[in-house]
Design a protein around this ligand. Structure first.
Ligand code: UDP
Length: 457
């Protein structure tokens, strides 16, 4: 065994550059640091600047992790929420830059400080290819539901059985289930069909196929889920190692500074009285829907904490409905970005109105908070089905004939979820299961410990 490996093994971690991917890999990185690893965390230059600024504003410098960055190939003013374009530009510049970065780190390091392992997001298979080319052992990390990964690995069978064409287009719209314990999936909502025009969708589909290939050569395949949450996934993807829920040191991964004043505000609210509303980092609400949500929260008469990102309405229209702020001033708080995990863990929170991003889903269920589900795109419909149909810890909304979720519907579902004792009991039970999985003898902790041991060999 080499001396470096017996000392402090050096791991390079690289996420796909969006908030929901940076966050869980940062959590995993901190767990590895706690186990004695050195971690170099590679962001894009664009995200690096934002994270460093958030760390500065939140005064939470962490010197244990090495934050480095490389360009993503986009011009300064380009829209990085255009994920298909981002994937293309990244692919055109980042593989070379990553290789150069690893060579430079290793050149500048002592023998016992060189990078011995790469953990790369499954969504950037090219990073796994770089590690393979350089002869470095590697793990792919999947930050969404295991069930979704099973679907992506299942693409050849979907084609074979005539469910989709070779280009990923459903032959007809239908509901399919990969196994009885998994949510039914609408073929029209397959994740590669949820963004942009047909050309964009095809480009995303091809990226998925490429990533599937890269992952086949990875030494490990990890995900932010836990066995008890999706037991049948392991039948479909036997080499998948769930390590979740990954919760913890997220203060170092935020693209927006967190407004922690909401925690003292929550301290002043009665137990289980506040609805927490947040739509993650990418979802855009149109102005009409935004207004309807504001009025629905007002109508409910409940206390609420609402995260309104600066770009939540895409800057197209700003402002609340007339007089809204004054009318809810004594019971509502609106902020730009929350310390979400702390908020969800707060005893004053009664339910989580969410877009059903996978991290938000894992965080909400780990805190035992019932969900109100408002999915928008990508994997959010699938996650909603898990929440409402399989785990039965939340409720969905029914849009009206114009596709709008009305204030009356919001009021109705808020009242329903707050009064539903059965959902609350199930949510608390699920929390217990989640916490057990990362406790002594738990399934995720066991996977993590095995992974750590394997990395040291
Ligand atoms: N988040 C946060 N503060 C907020 C809103 C979101 O810290 O005000 C975090 C949240 O805890 C989660 C991540 O941002 O870890 C969003 O990831 P998710 O998968 O839920 O959604 P996405 O942004 O990918 O759509």
């Amino acid at each position: 065994m080499k001396e470096s490996v017996m000392g402090k093994p050096h791991v390079l971690v690289i996420p796909f550059p969006t908030q929901g991917h940076v966050m869980p890999l940062m959590e995993l990185s901190h767990s590895l640091i706690d186990c004695g690893f050195v971690v170099t965390f590679v962001n894009t230059d664009f995200n690096h600047r934002r994270i460093v600024e958030s760390i500065r504003q939140n005064d939470c410098q962490d010197r244990r992790i090495r934050l480095v960055s490389i360009p993503d190939g986009m011009a300064p003013g380009d829209d990085r929420n255009d994920l298909a374009k981002l994937c293309d530009t990244m692919l055109s510049v980042m593989p070379c830059l990553l290789e150069e970065l690893i060579l430079k780190i290793n050149h500048d390091s002592n023998d016992d400080d060189k990078i011995t392992f790469v953990i790369a997001d499954q969504s950037i298979g090219w990073a796994l290819e770089v590690a393979e080319k350089m002869g470095i052992r590697r793990a792919a990390f999947w930050p969404a539901a295991g069930c979704l990964l099973a679907l992506l690995f299942h693409i050849p069978k979907l084609i074979e059985s005539g469910i989709i064409s070779a280009n990923g287009i459903p032959i007809e719209n239908q509901m399919i289930k990969l196994s009885p314990e998994m949510p039914a999936m609408n073929t029209a909502h397959f994740v590669w069909l949820c963004i942009g025009d047909p050309a964009t969708q095809l480009s995303i589909y091809n990226t998925i196929l490429r990533n599937n290939k890269a992952v086949k050569h990875a030494d490990y395949l990890l995900c932010n889920s836990f066995y008890e949450l999706e037991p049948s996934v392991l039948t479909l993807v036997p080499n998948l190692k769930p390590l979740g829920p990954l919760l913890g040191s997220s203060r170092f991964a935020h693209l927006w500074p967190q407004d922690s004043t909401c925690l003292s505000w929550l301290d002043q609210q009665p137990p289980r009285s506040v609805i927490y509303i947040a739509f993650g980092s990418l979802t855009i609400l149109d102005k009409r829907q935004f207004d309807e949500l504001a009025l629905g929260l007002e109508l409910s008469g409940h206390r609420f904490l609402w995260v309104i990102r600066p770009d939540l309405t895409n800057g197209l229209a700003t402002g609340y409905p007339d007089g809204f702020e004054a009318r809810v001033a004594d019971r509502g708080m609106m902020i730009c970005w929350a310390p979400q995990k702390e908020v969800l863990a707060h005893p004053s929170v009664t339910c989580f109105l969410t877009h059903c991003g996978w991290n938000s889903t894992m965080e909400g269920l780990s805190m035992g908070v019932p969900f109100l589900c408002w999915p928008y795109f990508a994997d959010q419909f699938l996650n909603k089905s898990y929440i409402c149909d399989i785990w039965k810890v939340g409720l969905g909304f029914n849009p009206d004939e114009n596709g709008i979720i009305s204030k009356e519907e919001i009021n109705k579902k808020v009242k329903q979820i707050v009064g539903d004792e059965e959902i609350r009991v199930r949510a608390l039970k699920l929390k217990e299961t989640a916490m057990n999985s990362v406790s002594e003898g738990g399934s995720s902790l066991k996977n993590f410990e095995d992974f750590v041991e394997a990395m040291k060999c």
